[in-house]
Design a protein around this ligand. Structure first.
Ligand code: C5P
Length: 234
């Protein structure tokens, strides 16, 4: 049985992928299924947390029960919802696969094939939401005791630097915990299972055993629980 140790703790989770529009019918997207974010939401709710999920594109068959779901489509909408809602959260988990770039302009009408062949797509950079949340905490726009968790999907094998990339990313993003998982070759995206490492800003590194995204979620929440100040929640 899951421990009931997040009673009343307010947990905000982003899940799934973003879709960056090109024209009224096309977008740039990614293969995120939202399964890890939804699994975290279910596990946190079962442990007593009050959970909100801001979800982009997902392939998960079921929205988690007992969880407040807010739907968004693109990275800018996700940034807006997360920034607004983070002020009322004890824990913020960025499990969404956010597009780093978006098309610079969205065409009003469907882009035609044309005679010249394909037109290049010009991109611009999306805000880094996770980094922005850490900055908001540093500036006092969200409470200093808010726990902020990021994910890192890295390609490469263990020796090829997945863990090294994770350590660098944790430092760069400034979050409290970073869940590092290996992607590519059918790993993590859309699958039922996951594996990786949990890195903490304090320098702890925990290997997460290969297993279901539910199991992974409970390991992540165990670490999160340690960081939530006593007296938070019910
Ligand atoms: O930099 P990278 O995309 O690898 O970082 C992954 C982490 O940062 C994830 O937690 C993801 O949700 C978050 N992210 C974000 N905003 C972006 C890109 C990634 O919050 N524009």
């Amino acid at each position: 049985a899951l421990p009931y140790d997040l009673d009343g703790v307010r947990v905000l989770i982003s899940a799934g992928g973003t879709r960056e529009p090109l024209d009224p019918v096309r977008y740039l997207g990614n293969h995120s299924s939202g399964k890890q974010g939804f699994a975290l939401a279910r596990a946190a709710a079962q442990r007593g947390a009050s959970v909100t999920v801001v979800a982009g594109s997902t392939a998960d068959p079921g929205d988690p029960a007992g969880v407040h779901i807010v739907r968004i489509s693109n990275a800018q909408e996700l940034a807006e919802e997360m920034t607004k809602r983070a002020a009322d959260a004890d824990v913020v988990i960025m499990a969404a696969a956010v597009a780093d770039f978006r098309p610079i302009a969205v065409a009003d009408a469907k882009i035609k094939k044309g005679d010249q062949g394909p037109a290049p797509i010009e991109l611009t950079t999306n805000p880094d939401i996770l980094r922005g949340l850490v900055e908001a905490r540093d500036d006092g726009r969200i409470p200093s005791e808010t726990v902020i968790v990021g994910f890192a999907a890295e390609t490469g094998d263990e020796t090829g630097g997945v863990l090294e990339h994770g350590r660098a990313k944790l430092a760069r993003k400034g979050c409290d915990l970073l869940v590092v998982n290996a992607v590519g070759d059918g790993k993590a995206f859309g699958t039922e299972d996951n594996t990786g490492w949990l890195l903490s800003a304090k320098g702890d590194e925990t290997a997460l055993p290969f297993g279901s995204k539910t199991l992974m979620s409970s390991r992540i929440l165990d670490e999160v629980r340690q960081l939530v100040p006593d007296g938070r929640g019910a």
